[in-house]
Design a protein around this ligand. Structure first.
Ligand code: NAP
Ligand code: G4F
Length: 337
């Protein structure tokens, strides 16, 4: 039986990847961070099928022990401080986890003498492109990160490439563009919108307050993107791949899509920080803007070109954005009930 070890198993992607690997017959091990209350809600439905171990990406010793005890065939390094805005507030910690955590994992593999048997997947990101140097962005597009998160992930990307070239490790990076799902963390913009508007629709909340609604993203479904992670590790040779839908919309477009799904009739008024969205039935402001949610430096636009993954991995997304938004809203409405 093949063995996989996942860091970040309690996160959005970790939970979907664990389901995928269990379905394929893997023995799935996951790294759990100690917390003062339960944080396993995304994996509770498969809890009994998983082998969970305490560990942390800032703790080299825990990674070495896990790698040496489990001797996994595949390691998926999904653990991260993954919030871009928060990375401006805790840049040092973000670097410890997202940059050096990757190095610690690679060193654990080497020190356990498993360099020739383990395959390593690194959760890289379209945030590497930041201030984009080319449209659309592909594997050869120069990087220009715009946040402590992006810079930390850039280190992760390069250290993976270096260990591949220096020590012959089967180590690959998936440069994933934004991907969402009903399990998305509540402070990311799509979930904030689907949950907030669902609650407004049910009369449980007055309004949502957002930041830059003119930022553009290439949004896919986490399930599709986690399938790509597995495909990347099944390749004979390690490599880096852009994973994206190759389509782009603005945050405001996504809001309008959700408003339509929920049957709101609205009018947008004002500009910049004074822009508001008014529910024409009630005359109330349901969306406004605050500087609080703007970033010190923003990634205004991201659009992927996943031709390489589509050709070499035979991967393509199965969800469109409207289906994704509907699934998220249905889930949020059900949860409110
Ligand atoms: P997420 O929901 O925020 O999950 C992050 C996971 O990392 C959680 O399980 C978290 O544990 C764990 N973690 C945080 N700090 C850790 C530490 N010090 N040691 C060990 N584990 C730690 O993120 P996601 O959306 O699933 O993303 C998965 C990975 O892909 C991340 O590396 C992210 O940066 C990257 N990525 C995401 C996207 C996207 O659009 N979703 C796009 C590109 C790349 P707790 O549950 O205990 O907090
Ligand atoms: O949902 P977001 O916070 O995602 P962001 O910053 O694009 O990062 C996500 O995707 C990356 C891949 O490109 C991952 F690497 C990363 O781990 C994470 O999963 O914000 C999306 C956009 C931004 O431009 C932001 O400024 O939405 C804008 N936005 C506007 N109002 C907001 C808000 N973002 C958040 N989180 N909250 C707001 O109120």
């Amino acid at each position: 039986m093949r063995k996989a070890l996942i860091s970040g198993i309690t996160g959005q992607d970790g939970s979907y990847l664990a389901e995928i690997l269990l379905d394929k017959g893997y023995e799935v091990h996951g790294i759990l961070r100690r917390s003062s209350s339960f944080n396993t809600s995304r994996i509770d439905h498969i809890f009994d099928q998983l082998k969970l171990h305490y560990g942390d990406l800032v703790d080299s010793q825990s990674l070495s022990s896990l790698v040496s005890d489990i001797k996994p065939d595949e390691i998926y390094n999904l653990g991260a401080q993954s919030h871009v805005k928060v990375s401006f507030e805790i840049p040092d910690y973000t670097a410890q986890v997202d940059a050096l955590g990757t190095l610690r994992f690679l060193e654990a593999i080497r020190s356990c003498g498993l360099s020739e048997t383990v395959k390593f997947y690194q959760a890289s990101t379209s945030e590497l492109y930041g201030l984009v140097q080319e449209v659309p962005q592909k594997e050869t597009t120069p990087f220009y990160p715009r946040s402590p998160y992006g810079v930390a992930k850039l280190y992760g990307y390069w250290i993976v490439k270096n260990y591949r070239e220096a020590y012959g490790l089967h180590a690959s990076s998936g440069i994933l563009f934004n991907h969402e799902s009903p399990r998305r963390g509540e402070t990311f913009v799509t979930k904030k919108i689907t949950k907030g508007l669902s609650r407004i629709k049910r009369g449980m909340q007055e309004k949502i307050t957002l930041g830059n609604i003119y930022a553009k993203r290439d949004w896919g479904h986490a399930k599709d993107f986690c399938n790509a992670m597995w495909l990347i590790l099944q390749q004979e040779k390690p490599d880096d791949y852009v994973i994206s839908t190759d389509q782009q919309v603005s945050v405001k477009d996504f809001i309008n899509m959700c408003l339509e799904i929920l049957g709101f009739s609205v009018e947008w008024k004002g500009e910049g920080i004074n822009e508001v969205c008014i529910d024409t039935k009630t005359g109330k402001v349901i969306i406004d803007i605050s500087k609080k949610y703007f970033r010190p430096s923003e990634v205004e636009t991201l659009l992927g070109d996943s031709t390489k993954a589509r050709k070499q991995l035979n991967w393509k997304p199965t969800y469109n954005l409207k289906d994704l938004a509907k699934e998220m809203i249905e889930y949020d409405l059900e949860e409110i009930k």
